[in-house]
Design a binder for this molecule. Structure first.
Ligand code: BT5
Length: 249
């Protein structure tokens, strides 16, 4: 275990070599009473997961981390932390490539040059208005490699930057940036976070295809509301509020 000095973000970092999933490791630490801002980081995951049970390819050379948080907030509000963390990831990537190349794709992806380089999976205890006991934010960053076959165009940071970047350098940048956004969220809520996310949103105001578990919708990506839901303007003039789905341009 190691801690950053107090002048920087105060995170306790637990380093592992091979794990099934850093989210699972963080969950075990949460059950053992680990504190807010505990971070689990692994070199390799054997069962890394994305949303809806999808697999997250996790060979050595990339960054896999999970942040355990214990904000004294209802679970519904704590779900906003996925936006907070994607801003941190976006800032971290923008430290290595020109910021104009970095975009946020709804709900939880970070793209460089329209290719997915990082994804995020938030898990939490409880639901609704009950206070949350733990929130785990799992982040995967393709630093050295990316999968060949993927549903969307994907890439890795080294390819985008044109120079090798170490996963630890990305981790440090992420924790610094995340700390800033987390503090802002704790102090003033979702407003500033939402504005920052929208300023870097991919496809805002454009026609997109949204794939839901049971259907597909085409419309204009009009806005993201304070809960993080995507507001889709349909061709018939109606609006659909989408809380979970996959977006294709
Ligand atoms: C995500 O899922 O984007 C969330 C990924 C979260 C992974 C982290 S790693 C640390 C922590 N521990 C875990 O077990 N998980 C978290 P989703 O939105 O379902 O995106 C999956 C899609 O991303 C795939 O269909 C691919 O198109 C694309 N993709 C890009 N890089 C990928 C990679 N390395 N592995 C798998 N899919 C990738």
């Amino acid at each position: 275990m190691s801690s950053f000095p107090a002048s920087r973000a105060e995170f306790t970092i637990v380093r592992k070599d091979v794990v099934a999933s850093t989210n699972d490791e963080a969950r075990m630490l949460a059950d053992d009473g680990a504190a807010d801002r505990t971070v689990v980081c692994a070199n390799v995951q054997t069962a890394g997961r994305g949303r809806r049970g999808r697999r997250w390819e996790s060979p050595a050379g990339n960054l896999y981390l999970s942040v355990l948080l214990r904000p004294a907030r209802p679970a519904r509000e704590a779900a906003q932390l996925s936006l907070v963390a994607t801003l941190g990831l976006g800032d971290a990537l923008a430290a290595f490539v020109d910021a104009s190349r970095v975009r946020h794709k709804w709900p939880n992806d970070v793209l460089i040059d329209n290719r997915k380089v990082a994804g995020l999976l938030l898990e939490s205890s409880g639901a609704g208005t009950r206070p949350v006991d733990w929130v785990i934010i799992g982040c995967g960053v393709n630093v050295a490699t990316h999968p060949e076959a993927a549903a969307y165009p994907v890439s890795d940071l080294n390819a985008a930057a044109g120079t090798p970047v170490s996963p630890d350098a990305v981790l440090e940048r992420f924790l610094d940036a995340f700390d800033g956004w987390y503090r802002r969220w704790l102090e003033s809520g979702i407003g500033v976070v939402r504005d920052a996310w929208l300023a870097r949103a991919q496809g805002l105001g454009k026609e997109i295809l949204v794939r839901l578990p049971d259907r597909e919708l085409r419309g204009v990506f009009q806005d993201m509301d304070a809960s993080g839901a995507l507001i889709l303007a349909l061709p018939d003039g109606k609006h659909e509020v989408i809380t979970a789905g996959d977006v294709f341009a």
